[in-house]
Design a protein around this ligand. Structure first.
Ligand code: MF3
Ligand code: CO
Ligand code: CO
Length: 259
């Protein structure tokens, strides 16, 4: 088992730049989220954006994954493969997940988008999922246990009547796509390793309306759907542990003051 990397100042600067670019790619993608547009078209635009900024999409060719982003619609939990045949329609909710490699540094972020008017249930799921991620982020303090991230997330999701996907996790990130540690989104209090300044990892809870389980599409080997085909939502940020708290490296909207 490899160790959790403590990043150097130079690595932090590089990972911050890549993280900001990944978040800007999501901002850019947002303008194309409309009824009648295919997820394949949005992926093409994301790829153009990333390449034109001197970076590479980390997902393309990763374990054979074919596209520059993951676009996960409605009951898709994660790893939805963008396709010219998947056309957005009014009422859809979708997660777009982008990971960039800029000068060998990785930044990883995702957020929810939606098409026109969505159901109140869908709205609630999205709001709760974002709050789950934020509660996880608030646990990022040097000396705190990684398990407290998943403890906070799971407690809130359950209280709202939703369930936390346990088959996919957050992860260390920065000099590689998926580094140690695994960041569980449902875990026990005061378990796992302790956070140290210079660690960088994602918090990316997937929250299901129904049961927490997932099933992988037999045909493409990637698309993970909720077992009961109910809605699923996800948000993801790349976070740096600072001497005193955290910095959300993928925050391009000044939503998270550095603590
Ligand atoms: N970006 C995803 C994550 O948050 C990983 C996607 S891997 C892929 O970890 F191969 F499915 F693209
Ligand atoms: Co990730
Ligand atoms: Co991601």
């Amino acid at each position: 088992m490899s160790e959790i990397i403590i990043k150097t100042q130079d690595q932090i600067v590089g990972i911050r730049k890549s993280s900001q670019l990944a978040a800007q790619a999501l901002d850019f993608a947002g303008q194309f989220v409309k009824a009648g547009i295919s997820t394949g078209f949005i992926d093409d635009k994301i790829e153009e954006f990333i390449l034109s900024h001197g970076a590479i999409p980390a997902t393309k060719g990763y374990n054979g994954y074919p596209k520059s982003s993951c676009i996960s619609l409605n009951e898709v939990v994660c790893h939805g493969i963008p396709s010219e045949h998947t056309i957005l329609k009014e009422g859809d909710i979708l997660n777009i997940d982008v990971t960039t490699i800029l000068k060998d540094f990785y930044g990883d972020t995702s957020r929810m988008f939606w098409v026109g008017e969505i159901s109140q249930d869908a709205e609630k799921l999205i709001a709760v999922t974002k709050h789950c991620m934020n509660l996880g982020i608030q646990q990022v303090i040097p000396g705190n246990y990684f398990g407290n991230i998943g403890f906070a997330i799971n407690r809130f999701a359950k209280a709202k009547g939703f369930s936390v996907v346990y088959e996919f996790c957050g992860h260390g990130v920065g000099v590689d796509f998926h580094e140690e540690p695994q960041v569980d989104h449902a875990s026990r209090r005061n378990t796992g390793p302790k956070m140290k300044p210079g660690m960088i990892f994602t918090i990316e809870p997937m929250i299901n309306q129904g049961r927490p389980g997932t099933k992988i599409d037999k045909h493409d080997g990637w698309t993970a759907r909720s077992v009961d085909n109910k809605l699923s939502a996800q948000f993801e940020h790349t976070i740096l542990v600072t001497e005193t708290g955290y910095e959300v490296l993928t925050d391009v909207h000044n939503e998270y003051p550095i603590t």
